[in-house]
Design a protein. Sequence first.
Length: 120
Amino acid sequence: MSDCIYLTGMRAFGYSGFLEAEQVLGQWFQVDLTLRVDLSKAAESDRLDDTYDYSTDVAAVLNLIQTERFRLIERLAGAIAQIMLSSGQVEQVTVRLTKVNPPIPDFTGQVAVEITRARG
């Protein structure tokens, strides 16, 4: 299947990270998702009921970042993938999770992980 929905630039403030400062002070995370979903029925019908309504899952991802704590962003990315796959409509998800301002001395860049998971 080559149909995709892209959800990009989602940002939330959370308390995940290995360093104590990350767990206490928190930081901004950005999430970009590529969802493999069959869009053929919606392409024909032009009906919302025939496509994947991602609004609930987006809210769940943002809530996860804001309320849960993980030591590794790899684990947080895995939890995000689980949310997206649990809908039953998403066949495969690629999660790119970015620490927008990681607490690394003299480092002005960003740190990101990217994982791909499939249903079943």
